[in-house]
Design a protein around this ligand. Structure first.
Ligand SMILES: Cc1cc2nc3c(=O)[nH]c(=O)nc-3n(C[C@H](O)[C@H](O)[C@H](O)COP(=O)(O)OP(=O)(O)OC[C@H]3O[C@@H](n4cnc5c(N)ncnc54)[C@H](O)[C@@H]3O)c2cc1C
Length: 394
């Protein structure tokens, strides 16, 4: 063999430098705000407006330094960063343990700019896409309905041609950022016979064309809303991609987003383990540090092994997306494995803290609540298992 052939698992040095500048941005621009707001985070009567303003401030600062929407192309104000690069930033934001850090990077939050928006005609990029990339306005992704969640092709929201545009009627729920979004990407049935196979279309609907319903408070700190479309009207050029291609667009968006969900789960698991290891080293019981009891250290060792498995699944998925491979199976494996494992890791780490683990002031409580939510949204674990089973011919 004349050639030495090897797989390369190293992180490119440009991305290592990018991570270092992102880490210093988080410490400089986000940490002080985070510390100032901690009493609000811990309170059951937190002022949601104060928290929302802090979140918007972090987003603005991150956008000004080019981190927020780095995954978007330069033509709309992004940096053209690879999926792997953005995945590492998402991991690092979550690993920092700061709640506000997750607002410094757009994905995996559906309020930030999605590549889905690039399916709009270029003539609308300045109006809608650039402001979202700059963190000046936000969007939401409106697919789920009360009667159609996992089985998304069963949506009832409809769009019919009306003049030079489309008239939309329907009811969406569980829409993240629905209470604040300036525009909604709305999925509606345009051909009831075809549905997923060419009968669902995606529309960009400005907020003056829909009514916001109640906020839906849930276990996590991210509270979605109901949205009502009552004879909403949008012109023809507000169709994303082709008429009938909406379901495919939705699935493409969700698949590409799975590396970011996985990176978030990975980062939160790493943060939980760091915190638990530090606590086990400093807290004593029965005359010794907790770390000296194998009943404490072995679950943390198991967590480390699972974190490394998560890491390489996530990085590999990001690599596959960048390489233009069909990443559907990898995406389902990542969504399923990382959210389930990270939840278990965080639960073990919470146990290491004893009573403090349960307190809102403790580091793990909100992480566990957030990870519980990630096991349901954007394709619940059962749906990922369904996709994986299908590839086995089951
Ligand atoms: C906090 C939050 C934020 C959200 N944000 C958004 C958003 O921004 N945009 C948006 O469009 N949606 C959003 N959602 C909706 C979310 O994607 C759905 O809740 C999710 O897809 C599950 O749908 P469902 O709640 O209707 O549950 P169901 O579809 O009723 O499923 C219930 C359970 O049955 C299981 N199940 C269903 N069918 C099968 C099957 N064939 N095989 C095995 N198991 C099955 C599921 O895995 C799940 O555990 C959000 C939800 C929450 C809670």
């Amino acid at each position: 063999m004349g050639h030495y052939l090897a797989m390369d698992f190293s992180i490119p040095s440009e991305l290592t430098q990018l991570r270092a500048s992102f880490a210093s941005f988080l410490e400089r621009e986000v940490r002080p705000l985070e510390e100032q707001l901690q009493p609000q985070f811990w309170s059951y009567s937190a002022d949601r407006e104060v928290l929302a303003e802090a979140a918007a401030e972090v987003t603005r600062r991150a956008a000004a330094e080019g981190f927020y929407a780095a995954h978007m192309p330069e033509s709309v104000g992004g940096q053209g960063l690879s999926t792997l690069g953005m995945t590492l930033l998402v991991e690092d934001a979550a690993h920092s343990g700061m709640r506000l850090a997750m607002l410094a990077v757009a994905p995996p939050n559906p309020s930030g700019p999605s590549p889905l928006l690039l399916a709009l005609p270029e003539s609308l990029h300045d109006t809608y896409v650039r402001p979202i990339v700059a963190g000046e306005s936000t969007m939401c992704f409106a697919l789920t309905e009360p009667e159609a969640g996992s089985d998304a092709q069963a949506i009832r929201t409809s769009a019919v041609r009306d003049g030079d545009g489309w008239r939309i009627n329907g009811h969406k729920h569980y829409i993240t950022n629905g209470d604040k979004a300036d525009v909604a990407v709305v999925f509606a049935v345009t051909d009831d016979q075809k549905r997923a196979a060419g009968g669902i279309t995606a529309f960009l609907v400005p907020a003056d064309q829909f009514r916001r319903g109640p906020v839906q408070y849930n276990i996590s700190d991210s509270h979605p809303s109901e949205l009502f479309f009552e004879d909403s009207w949008v012109p023809d050029d507000h169709v994303l991609g082709d008429v009938g291609a909406g379901f495919f667009l939705a699935m493409t968006f969700l698949n590409a987003g799975r590396a970011y969900i996985g990176a978030q789960a990975l980062g939160l698991a790493e943060f939980s383990l760091d915190a638990a290891v530090a606590h086990a080293g400093s807290r004593t019981a029965f005359g010794k540090p907790l770390a000296k009891f194998q009943g404490v250290s072995f679950p943390l060792a198991e967590s480390k092994a699972e974190i490394e498995a998560m890491r390489w699944l996530v990085y590999h998925l990001a690599w596959s997306v960048d390489a233009g491979e069909n990443a559907m199976l990898d995406a389902s494996i990542v969504k399923y494995y990382t959210t389930e494992r990270a939840y278990t890791v965080a639960d073990r780490c919470l146990q290491t803290f004893g009573g403090m683990g349960l307190l809102r002031e403790g580091p793990i409580e909100r992480v566990l609540r957030h990870l519980r939510m990630l096991r349901v949204v954007e394709g619940a674990s059962g749906i990922q298992q369904l996709v994986i089973a299908r590839t086995l011919g089951l």
